[in-house]
Design a protein around this ligand. Structure first.
Ligand code: SF4
Ligand code: SF4
Length: 109
């Protein structure tokens, strides 16, 4: 966050993490990863723009945090098994995951 360019790009994400809520102006629904089809290759994670940073590899699975996901959908183009779907009925992320996200956000550039 020291760098002006990256802090401008990441400020929206930081706000979403702090408020644990989705962007008000996002028209598209978030995406979700179908766990039974995912091969945990992390291609989508690398493809998600830093300003969103919505994808996390939790070791046993790779997940999209709906509150951070704009539905853009860059990750869909990266997935080799096509297992990233629109998630109209998304449910709020639980507190333990938010705690993990806050630690990750605070510990990296
Ligand atoms: S749809 Fe866009 S913002 Fe959402 S997880 Fe995929 S790349 Fe990231
Ligand atoms: S790119 Fe597809 S298969 Fe690879 S981790 Fe992401 S959702 Fe899973």
């Amino acid at each position: 966050m020291e760098n002006n360019a990256s802090s401008a790009a990441l400020s929206g994400r930081a706000e979403r993490i702090a408020s644990r809520s989705r962007g008000d102006n996002w028209k598209k629904p978030p995406r979700r990863i179908e766990k039974s089809e995912c091969i945990t290759c992390d291609s989508c994670l690398r493809g998600c723009p830093a300003e969103f940073g919505a994808i996390f590899d939790r070791g046993l699975d790779v997940v999209i945090i709906p509150e951070l996901c704009s539905g853009c959908p860059a990750c869909v183009l990266e997935c080799p098994v096509d297992c990233i779907y629109v998630d109209e009925d998304w449910t709020p992320t639980d507190d333990s995951m938010w705690n993990h996200i806050e630690l990750t956000a605070g510990g990296t550039s």
